[in-house]
Design a protein around this ligand. Structure first.
Ligand SMILES: NC(=O)CC[C@H](N)C(=O)O
Length: 417
């Protein structure tokens, strides 16, 4: 069978191609020469598959889409506190190149506007940027020297920002050097497939969906996605999030990425920009994808049933007592365990055997594990014996043995029922 997904993506491109509003970014002379009709779309999924349609072979400079990835690298290298000391996480409501600092803290408001991104860049050296971006993309990215030179020629605004940052002691390095490096970072060449996979790595909690490499820790991916949600589309962040509902970042060469936690990464490319500096067709494409594919982050499917069933059976010693078996499934998390607790509250005191079967569980979150063990402890206090059926070693070694309510461990683990 030929997958229908590429056809679907081509259809989305086709449907959005009549949108011809917007203007090329003119303040970077090289970008003003771009072909305004270029149009491409890519998707990278947790199955490790990459779909790309339209002008998918065309490379363009990454521009501001580099900002979330540089932020991720700075978080890894310096830790959250050191980065927060220099750059905040509040949406600015201003344009991306606003020459501004947070009046209350004296720091750039967030790492997605230029003031924050220039600060973040100053915390990384050139080799780190090169290697870090290569890990996100799964290949080495080269710099478009022409775009770099062209932007530097007209980078007065970014120089003004960098001088302001040094004047306030937020960066130490020479402003011209930091702007040069930051502009090189913005001039890395990518295609939509690269961007989709980079976004998917963030969406995938920091693990590259194709190479399987952990590029950044889970907490870093969470921090970056959070800031993309509130600040990624600049002063259009509210419109974008209510309509599309996908953490995103745009760039002035016409790229837009979306990273949907647990679901994958999207990237669109079309150079004409709206008044916020976001690709007009890119925005249209994302609106359509989100609608068609039900991808709005705030539109959550009903929680999967955490318990297939609980059932009781004669325990076989002829006293009429019943053993109870609870088959858990999916993720052992707060919601799932709360459901189990509601069921277990119906168990009366006694000396029965309660079987908690984890055969169909695929993930145990820390909070779920603690709730499960506390439930077992309370069952044991009520006089019951507890058996975990755990063929995939979902519990940690010693978990069952830790449930001691007086006369030795009250819970046992078996591999099958
Ligand atoms: N929005 C953008 O893509 C801006 C990036 C560009 N290099 C700048 O600093 O102005």
């Amino acid at each position: 069978m030929r997958s229908p997904l590429p056809d679907y993506l081509s259809e989305v491109l086709q449907a959005c191609s009549d949108e011809d509003g917007g203007e090329l970014a003119a303040y970077i002379p090289e970008l003003a020469d771009a072909d305004p009709d270029r149009l491409a779309l890519a998707l990278s999924t947790p199955s490790g598959t990459r779909y790309a349609v339209g002008d998918a072979d065309v490379r363009f400079t990454i521009q501001s889409i580099s900002k979330p990835f540089a932020y991720a690298l700075a978080l890894v290298d310096h830790g959250l506190d050191a980065v927060l000391e220099r750059v905040g996480v509040e949406p600015s409501g201003d344009a991306f190149n606003e020459i501004s600092l947070d009046p209350a803290t004296g720091r750039p408001l967030n790492p997605m506007i230029n003031a924050g991104a220039i600060t973040v860049h100053s915390m990384l050296d050139a080799d780190r940027v090169q290697a870090g971006f290569a890990a996100f993309a799964g290949r080495d990215l080269e710099v478009d020297e022409e775009v770099h030179a062209s932007e530097l020629e007209s980078a007065d605004r970014n120089h003004a920002i960098a001088y302001m940052l040094r004047n306030h002691g937020i960066i130490e390095a020479k402003p011209t050097e930091v702007v040069d490096g930051y502009t090189r970072q913005c001039s890395l060449l990518v295609d939509v497939g690269d961007l989709a996979v980079m976004a998917a790595t963030l969406a995938n909690a920091g693990v590259h969906p194709e190479t399987g490499e952990r590029v950044v820790p889970r907490w870093v991916a969470r921090q970056v996605l959070s800031v993309m949600t509130t600040c990624g589309m600049y002063d259009a962040a509210g419109d974008w999030f209510t309509l599309v509902g996908i953490p995103a970042k745009s760039g002035v060469s016409g790229g837009v990425i979306g990273a949907l936690p647990g679901k994958g990464g999207f990237a669109a490319f079309s150079p004409r920009l709206d008044e916020h500096g976001n690709s007009t067709r890119g925005v249209r494409i994302f609106e359509r994808l989100s609608r068609d594919m039900g991808m709005h982050l705030m539109e959550v499917p009903p929680a999967a049933r955490p318990l297939t069933h609980g059932h009781a059976a004669e325990d076989g010693d002829g006293d009429g007592d019943l053993d109870s078996t609870y088959e858990l499934q999916g993720a052992v998390d707060f919601v799932g365990m709360e459901r189990l607790l509601v069921e277990l509250e119906r168990e009366e005191e006694g000396a029965r055997e309660i079987v908690l079967d984890l055969t169909r569980v695929h993930e145990v979150r820390d909070v779920g594990r603690r709730m499960l063990l506390e439930a077992a402890r309370r069952l044991a206090l009520d006089g019951h014996g507890v058996t975990f059926v755990d063929p995939e070693d979902m519990l940690e070694v010693g978990d069952a043995g830790s449930i001691d309510v007086g006369d030795g461990p009250a819970a046992t683990v078996v591999r099958e029922r």
